[in-house]
Design a protein around this ligand. Structure first.
Ligand SMILES: C[S@@+](CC[C@H](N)C(=O)[O-])C[C@H]1O[C@@H](n2cnc3c(N)ncnc32)[C@H](O)[C@@H]1O
Ligand SMILES: [Zn+2]
Length: 342
């Protein structure tokens, strides 16, 4: 007799029923017939708030409901996946034998969509419906086959998935937003099947960066100056910087935390090179103007608008009306994933 709590094979991804707790594919529990709620094609698998910065209510985290398109840049959802993420998606699919891949904190689908295009069935999990709507639009633009991506509103701190139910997982640019990153990593470990892999993108310092150190010096200075002035004005108004786990911005800290749970991992290189030029208006100002940085999530909209407009005006006076035309060059020489196996 199969145990009804065992994950079901060959039936698409399985989840924990929110009513009876048993393993079941969506949209209806095989055991108690509970219908999973879906809004705009997104399964609602948690009742937790988008962000919880209230320490009295356990682990804190910053979700991206208000960030939306500003995080990924203008026209994100309506554009094709870029070549770099397609190369990473192909490698993710190869490393997981095109199985079920859980993308934790998937955002607008930077990794989920390319992995699905290369044959994985992706569980795109995020705490923000706004980001998940973006993921679904990005998937539609890129003609991802129906059923290849299952969008789920979930909390990474308590994954609504049975033990040993996915072949692979990916976790990118999320842990610094969570007060207990170790808990997210153990949740991912729990839901991976034995032999399943956790993949995370490695920040590759490129030879080119070193050769051309200072290439974007003027751009970097102007960006930092803008950022500092914005926060200076907010601090004067008593608005604190949103807390986040700064050390988890460092790649070495993240790798050590993965190693503590999985043991040593291996680095897998993905050959790729690219060079792009971006203006301050299109990149930094677009994102900051839209409250697209995590630190801005707790700034009230009206105060943000007034403060941002004031700094823009100051910069126009200081550097000229076209101060945002300044460009920076982004060079990518090689991509890599770090791979941990359960
Ligand atoms: C910086 S974005 C990264 C998105 C994507 N992984 C990427 O690298 O492009 C972080 C994402 O994590 C999500 N997030 C933050 N805390 C979370 C939590 N506790 N559970 C699930 N998602 C969370 C946010 O809503 C946001 O979409
Ligand atoms: Zn049930």
């Amino acid at each position: 007799m199969p145990n009804p709590r065992d994950p079901v094979a060959g039936d698409g991804p399985v989840f924990c029923c929110l009513r009876c707790g048993d393993s079941t594919p969506l949209p209806r529990c095989r055991h108690c017939h509970h219908e999973f709620e879906s809004v705009d094609g997104i399964y609602q698998l948690t009742l937790d708030a988008d962000s919880n910065l209230d320490r009295r209510r356990g682990a804190t985290y910053i979700g991206y409901e208000r960030v939306g398109a500003y995080f990924h840049g203008r026209d994100w959802a309506e554009s094709a996946c870029d070549a770099g993420t397609m190369a990473l998606g192909a490698k993710m699919s190869e490393l997981t034998a095109a199985g079920t891949l859980l993308d934790v904190g998937c955002g607008g689908g930077r990794y989920a969509v390319p992995a699905a295009l290369h044959g994985c069935t992706v569980i795109g999990g995020d705490i923000s419906n706004g980001m998940l709507r973006l993921l679904l639009r990005k998937a539609a633009t890129n003609r991802v086959a129906p059923g290849r991506i299952v969008a789920c509103r979930l909390n990474a701190l308590s994954l609504p998935l049975p033990e040993a139910s996915v072949d692979g997982a990916t976790l990118n640019n999320v842990l610094h937003l969570v007060s207990e990153p170790e808990r997210v990593i153990s949740e991912v470990y729990r839901v991976l099947r034995p032999g399943g892999k956790l993949l995370t993108q490695v920040d590759v310092p490129t030879g080119d960066d070193r050769r051309n150190a200072g290439r974007n010096a003027e751009y970097d200075c102007r960006e930092v100056e803008f950022h500092n002035r914005y926060w200076e004005l907010l601090t004067e108004r008593g608005i604190p910087l949103a807390p986040r786990n700064r050390s988890f911005n460092r790649h070495s800290t993240r790798l050590a935390a993965f190693e503590a749970v999985f043991g040593p991992g291996v680095r897998v290189d993905v050959p790729f090179s690219d060079r792009q030029v971006q203006s301050m208006t299109d990149a930094f100002l677009y994102r900051m103007g839209g409250k697209g940085f995590s630190a801005q999530q707790t700034v009230p909209d009206d105060i943000h608008e007034a403060t941002f407009a004031r700094v823009v005006e100051e910069f126009r006076i200081k550097y000229g009306r076209d101060f945002g035309d300044l460009t920076c060059e982004i060079v990518t020489l090689g991509l890599a994933l770090h791979v941990f196996e359960k």
